[in-house]
Design a protein around this ligand. Sequence first.
Ligand SMILES: Cc1cc2nc3c(=O)[nH]c(=O)nc-3n(C[C@H](O)[C@H](O)[C@H](O)COP(=O)(O)O)c2cc1C
Ligand code: SF4
Ligand code: SF4
Length: 273
Amino acid sequence: MNVTRVCAVYWSATGNTEKIVRAMGEAAAKAIRCPLGELDFTIPAARETVTEFQAGDLVIIGSPTYAGKLPNKILPDFQTKLKGNGARAVAVVTYGNRSFDNSLAELVSVLKADGFLVAGGAAFACRHAFSDLLAPGRPDDTDLKAAETFILKAAARAEELPETSETLQVPGDAAAPYYVPKGTDGQPAKFLKAKPLTDMKKCTKCGYCVKLCPVGSIDPEDVTNVPGICIKCQACVRGCALGAKYFDDPAFLSHVKMLEQNFTEGKENSFYL
Ligand SMILES: Cc1cc2nc3c(=O)[nH]c(=O)nc-3n(C[C@H](O)[C@H](O)[C@H](O)COP(=O)(O)O)c2cc1C
Ligand code: SF4
Ligand code: SF4
């Protein structure tokens, strides 16, 4: 199979996954000398329609790790809004320097069920959405270079992959339960219902956070109101240039502190062909 188009597809609330998948897409399209398509799967409108791929496409698909798996509220869209039709895929997960646990295994399994032939997989340690102390500044130039080197190998593998090939082997178990976040006391930190607050001394009501929220949960009429579910993605917190959004939930903050106490040592990226 000759690759005739490269597609970069990513769900990325705080930009890490986007950076890596786009770098991979650009490197592959340049090396193969074919067009590059892009699908930003982050905002709800982008996930309303089904995107069909075709044999001849090399699709690089990325997601962050949330609680050791794919973000659970986005999983149904990964399962139903991408149709592989025999296209080759490379599965990419990012994680915030704790562990990617089972997210890559889940992504590989979902892509296979979507009709992709999965030629490769990779997991990148990146700055944690919750704290700049975990993998600060990553992905950095070294990570992006490694991503580009890997995608060229994966593209070559994709071209030689037979239709009947076995599923790519990656660590983890797609059916495993979610990681349970812990607080500094080692006990489960229960912050499922936590929502961001808004500092009205800083907020100018520009409405940018409304557009950023990947689950459309911030009220456009009153940005302090979050009537919908909050997945704690931090898009609004990191995206507000004035630093007006923040979390004050004690269980959430205790989990962040626990991560900062235990997971600051830099992790290696992982690659599978
Ligand atoms: C709700 C939530 C849960 C997370 N769970 C994990 C996790 O289990 N393990 C980990 O190492 N990082 C975890 N992270 C960190 C993200 O995987 C990491 O910051 C990722 O690169 C964010 O990707 P993005 O910038 O593309 O949104 C979590 C982040 C969020 C927001
Ligand atoms: S992006 Fe920041 S300043 Fe703009 S409305 Fe949201 S919280 Fe307010
Ligand atoms: S309100 Fe919650 S889900 Fe929406 S952007 Fe902010 S942290 Fe993410």
